[in-house]
Design a protein around this ligand. Sequence first.
Ligand code: ADP
Ligand code: MG
Length: 299
Amino acid sequence: ATPTAVMVGTGVGASQGVLIKGGGALESAHKVNCIVFDKTGTLTVGKPVVVNTHLLKTMLLRDFYMVVAAAEANSEHPLAKALVEYANKFRPASSDLCWLPEVQDFVSITGHGVRALVQNKTLLVGNTKLMLESEITISEDAYEILKEAEEMARTGILVSFDGVLVGIVEISDPVKPEAQDVVSILKSMNIKSIVVTGDNWGTANAIAKEVGIETVMAETLPEGKAEKVKELQMSGLTVAMVGDGINDSPALVAADVGMAIGAGTDIAIEAADIVLMRSNLEDVITAIDLSRKTFKRIR
Ligand code: ADP
Ligand code: MG
């Protein structure tokens, strides 16, 4: 392609909300034959909501959410925001000021959840890994609740207080309406789709099934996502990564083409070669199409 064709290509992209950072990115995109999708915020809408709560000990829902929100108010994670948002239902009408108990020693543990001291007792909010690493017992009943939630593509968040599992919150984050079509169009373009996520295997498999993706990598840490990309490249594939989160940035950099969701975090947008301003997955195809047109047909 001539420099003019590349300029035209990036210009057309920009007019459609596909920001291509330079000719190199536009060129690489036409060779892509494998796309790695992040789950949360990429395949899914990314606005998780609490849909069900299971209390495993006798306590008021209000008290449960008060301690959960006290800790999660310190986290930027979308799941934390869903929990805080839901907890606001229980906020007394009279209290304009903070109604949540004080929190000490807050820590956020990547890929696991959060830990804090609330009312001088240890509170944990996160996945089974977080609980097991802290030696919290998860009963058979609790595992059953998690399994059922995951089969419905929901994420089960466990809450322990003072060393005891006290509840499980089911959080739902629906898939984007275009996701399934995009995956099937990519298939027809001979491009293989894969999901990688820090979320658990059950939920990841359910989401993958909904959108028609067969290859799933779950419970991965940010470096694990990048390693998966490198592994695919070693096997001879040209890989695009599509993601929105801070935890996707190493993989966005490692990929032949990193594509960030426009509604995603600044760090992901910076790490990417292409930014999908409309946050619509169809623009993954727009970008590849544009590259194919620029570098294959027009010579
Ligand atoms: P993703 O790839 O889906 O963006 P993350 O690595 O951010 O995943 O998180 C993986 C898992 O860790 C979540 O599905 C959740 O179970 C747990 N987790 C992370 N942060 C939090 C939090 N603030 N509160 C509760 N759970 C969390
Ligand atoms: Mg994400």
